[in-house]
Design a protein around this ligand. Structure first.
Ligand code: HEC
Ligand code: HEC
Length: 284
């Protein structure tokens, strides 16, 4: 069911004949690529594709990811592009409520309009699944969504994406790598430590002893990145493609999902851009 649209187009295209791509087809494919890179499925798919229900434990309680299929009753069916962009970039729901930063809009805020547009085309084409959302299990005062307004004022830096880009913008390839790492791949959301209120500390990806599910997440920059600093460009590209590190171990835990769902699906050019960008971090 997931691939209904390309299948319909593909079946009507005679083999060996060059056919101009229709907008719909290429938008769907571009959207699927953005969807893969930004790892939406890692959090929003539990039993049924994109129907949510995955429990995310945190210091503040347990969050359950919502249904993001096109169901009007249970998902995000009928949302306008504006509403979708507001959710992904500013963490605001169509009713004007604030989202918890367990939803990594702190990274997605740097996504381009075009990427958000094609991402929505892809999501709108998925089957609607009627599965109701579960209520988050977070205790007072964290159950007060209004307080998230203060949190955002403190920690949601609207210029962060641009600043990340400026910091590294030496070549178009490194820019592209920075965009994949910081906006789409949201690598910082796990590799950067958080402070007591759950915001990302402004210290870069120096490693995080208290990552998702209590995992320890290794450093990609800074003094603790000794191990990572010894990796070559080839090592890193192989790791991002297959999950195998230079020691021959395979990445486990949540990084295993990042590799399966996202970095293994990068084009060669994008994987190389991401790897080259990450290596500039080890020089910092
Ligand atoms: C790290 C886990 C995680 C990832 C990755 C993630 N989300 Fe979410 N998302 C959440 C959580 C948790 C919420 C609920 C936030 C809340 O209730 O305040 C959420 C909420 C949402 C909502 C609001 C739904 C509603 O009913 O109001 C949308 C839309 C959404 N996510 C889309 C996406 C898309 C698109 C992607 C990929 C680009 C994505 N999410 C990636 C965890 C995630
Ligand atoms: C959901 C959390 C999460 C996200 C998001 C994430 N990582 Fe990881 N990463 C981990 C964990 C956990 C490990 C350790 C895996 C292990 O030891 O098996 C890891 C390991 C790594 C390593 C190996 C480093 C070493 O010294 O062994 C690299 C490289 C890496 N991640 C790069 C990335 C990149 C690039 C991104 C963004 C595209 C990313 N990670 C996003 C959790 C995450």
């Amino acid at each position: 069911m997931k691939y209904v649209i390309p299948f319909i187009f593909a079946s009507s295209i005679p083999v060996g004949v060059a056919v101009a791509q229709t907008d719909t087809e290429s938008d769907y494919e571009k959207g699927q690529y953005i969807f893969d890179l930004s790892g939406c499925a890692s959090c929003h798919t539990k039993d049924q594709p994109l129907a949510g229900g995955l429990a995310m434990d945190s210091d503040f309680g347990t969050f359950y990811t919502p249904n993001i299929t096109p169901s009007a009753a249970n998902g995000i069916g009928g949302w306008s592009q504006y509403e979708f962009n507001q959710a992904l970039r500013n963490g605001i729901s169509p009713d004007g409520e604030h989202y918890y930063p367990a939803f990594p809009y702190t990274s997605y805020q740097a996504m381009t309009n075009e990427d958000l547009r094609v991402l929505k085309v892809y999501l709108d084409s998925q089957p609607a699944i009627e599965q109701a959302n579960l209520k988050h299990d977070v205790s007072f005062p964290f159950d007060q969504r209004e307080l998230l307004g203060v949190w955002k004022w403190l920690f949601l830096d609207p210029l962060q994406g641009e600043r990340n880009a400026i910091k590294t913008a030496s070549t178009p390839q490194l820019d592209r790598g920075a965009y994949i790492a910081n906006a789409l791949g949201h690598c910082s959301e796990c590799h950067t430590p958080r402070h007591l209120l759950g915001g990302l500390r402004n210290v870069g990806m120096i490693g995080n002893a208290n990552g998702p599910e209590g995992e320890s997440v290794p450093a990609l920059t800074g003094p603790k990145a000794e191990q990572f600093n010894s990796w070559s460009l080839d090592d890193l590209e192989i790791f991002l493609e297959m999950g195998m590190s230079p020691s021959g171990d395979f990445a486990g835990g949540s990084m295993g999902h990042v590799i399966d769902n996202s970095t293994s699906k990068l084009t060669d050019a994008d994987r190389s851009a991401l790897a080259n960008y990450l290596l500039t971090l080890s020089e910092q």
